[in-house]
Design a protein around this ligand. Structure first.
Ligand code: ADP
Ligand code: GLC
Length: 482
């Protein structure tokens, strides 16, 4: 099949979260399975320097954006014979200190930046010589693509356009703008109504995708069910219920060529399911690196995340404050809301011998935390899929997760299956419930045999991308048959 993906972030070129990992791996594994794959994504500041093979594609784009015309260029990276990255090069839009925001303030022209990206993706879908059969877009930034394609089919002579699929990675981010921004789409007013792109008088980019894409997927089966309810639906549950027959939940995979405990350039000490000894050495390295008292016997808890309300920061801070009275250590890597950053900094100040907090984004450290910790905390309020709990499992670091979304679909609690248990789950969103789960972890940690049993189960869990890519192939086949 011939598939064009579009995403505002893409590993290894750009990343703020799991979206980048997911689209990067999906593209790679679809190409490995023999499909012709392209990915459209912005050329952000610094990418050209890191990837000198990126070349101008001899493709200039001049597109109407409201009342003006905007020019950009397409540059490409040929990753393999059947995988091409199409970078939209428009320095005025994308060469900035941040993908979406700077100093916690969203760029005021985000609608323009990503409507332009969407229009470029449609331009490529229509004119690329290899004629994509499927256009698969990810999240609100490219949510407008299915409508733009449908409109060009209906009114602009595009005879046999590709089928479209939208993946929701996070329903909480919708790309909602004042209705005046709709003009930037250059689409007729007829699509700006409540069964189209309008959302309580505003213009909603994700809703455009939900209404006009042929199929909708999201990144775990449980989240697919959750988002059709009022509690998790972010005011779009009505649209999702209406489109329920087109909505499919598929769990993301893990790229085990990157997230591995043997031959990983970020880890000093390799270890495997047959020999955990290197894990303890990585723990000691991590304690040294982060300035914590070095002691392999102290249970070490970790967390790596965007510091957003979604991630359960408030109950995590509360539960840690309570639990740090016991013999344990905690390491945090993350950045995000200034209030949450302050909360973690204060926690580290109050417990300097037990807590290390790194505010920032550090890929290498994220591997070392995954490898060096004994337990990984993910007390999310909601979690469409979540990748870190799956990375943790592979690193033999037992995840402590709230029962929601992909966290529920990927971790096994003792109450579900004692033989296969590989983590700890809790339901209630409260400090008390999380503290209780941490207490369970401490009991588990003290029982070496049981701990080994859990670690063994964790490291043998299989979320390989081959399986997830297979599931997307089935979606694409269904689309082509439509
Ligand atoms: P989300 O996409 O909601 O942020 P996921 O669990 O799906 O959550 O994916 C998060 C990804 O981003 C993981 O690869 C994680 O390691 C990475 N990540 C998040 N914050 C940081 C950080 N501060 N430094 C390095 N990697 C990070
Ligand atoms: C989003 C979600 C996260 C998911 C990731 C990749 O950022 O918050 O749960 O794992 O996308 O699909």
């Amino acid at each position: 099949m011939k598939i064009l993906l579009a995403s505002s972030e893409l590993h290894p070129y750009s990343k703020t979260g799991g979206l980048a990992d997911m689209v990067g791996a999906l593209a790679k594994f679809l190409a490995k399975a023999g499909h012709r794959v392209g990915v459209v994504t912005p050329l952000y500041q610094g990418i050209e320097e890191k990837f000198p093979d990126i070349k101008w594609f001899d493709w200039s784009i001049n597109l109407p954006m409201g009342s003006k015309w905007v020019q950009g260029e397409i540059w490409t990276h040929e990753v393999s014979e059947n995988l091409t990255i199409y970078f939209v090069r428009k320095p005025e839009y994308y060469f900035r200190n941040g993908l979406y925001e700077e100093r916690h303030i969203s760029f005021p022209d985000n609608s323009e930046r990503f409507i332009f990206l969407s229009k470029c993706a449609v331009n490529l879908a229509r004119h690329l010589a290899w004629k994509p059969e499927i256009v698969h877009v990810h999240d609100w930034q490219v949510g407008l693509v299915p409508l733009l394609i449908q409109h060009q089919h209906d009114e602009d002579g595009w005879v046999d356009p590709p089928r479209t699929c939208l993946t929701i990675h996070n329903l909480a981010y919708q790309g909602v703008f004042p209705k005046t921004h709709y003009e930037l789409t250059n689409l007729p007013q007829k699509y700006f109504h409540p069964a189209g792109t309008e959302f309580f008088g505003m213009f909603n980019c994700l809703k455009a995708g939900l209404e006009f894409s042929d199929l909708i997927t999201t990144v775990s089966p449980r989240y697919a069910r959750e988002i059709t309810t009022e509690v998790f639906g972010c005011a779009l549950d009505g649209v999702l219920r209406r489109r329920q027959n087109a909505l499919i939940g598929l769990l993301n995979g893990v790229d085990y060529e990157e997230w591995k405990t043997v031959g990983n350039p970020h880890l000093k000490h390799p270890y495997s399911i047959d020999d955990f000894s290197g894990k303890e050495l990585n723990k000691v390295e991590l304690q040294k690196e982060l300035g914590l008292p070095v002691n392999p016997d102290i249970p070490l808890f970790g967390n790596i995340s965007r510091l957003a309300d979604q991630k359960g920061v408030d109950i995590q801070l509360g539960a840690l404050e309570e639990m740090l009275a016991t013999d344990m250590q905690f390491v945090q890597l993350g950045s995000g809301s200034p209030e949450f950053e302050r909360g973690y900094r204060r926690l580290a100040e109050r417990h300097p011998d037990k807590v290390s907090v790194t505010i920032g984004f550090d890929q290498g450290l994220s591997h070392r935390i995954e490898a060096g910790c004994d337990f990984f905390l993910m007390p999310s309020r909601f979690e469409p899929c979540g990748l870190n709990q799956m990375y943790s499992l592979r690193y033999g670091t037992l995840p402590i997760v709230r029962i929601t979304g992909g966290l529920d679909d990927s971790v096994i609690d003792v109450s579900e299956d004692p033989d296969k248990a590989n983590g700890i789950k809790f339901q209630e969103y409260s400090v008390r419930a999380l503290a209780k789960a941490i207490r369970k972890a401490l009991v588990l940690y003290a029982d070496h045999e049981l701990l080994d049993h859990y670690r063994h189960n964790a490291m043998s869990a299989d979320f390989s991308w081959e399986r997830s890519a297979d599931a997307y192939e089935k979606v694409y086949k269904r689309l082509i048959g439509m």
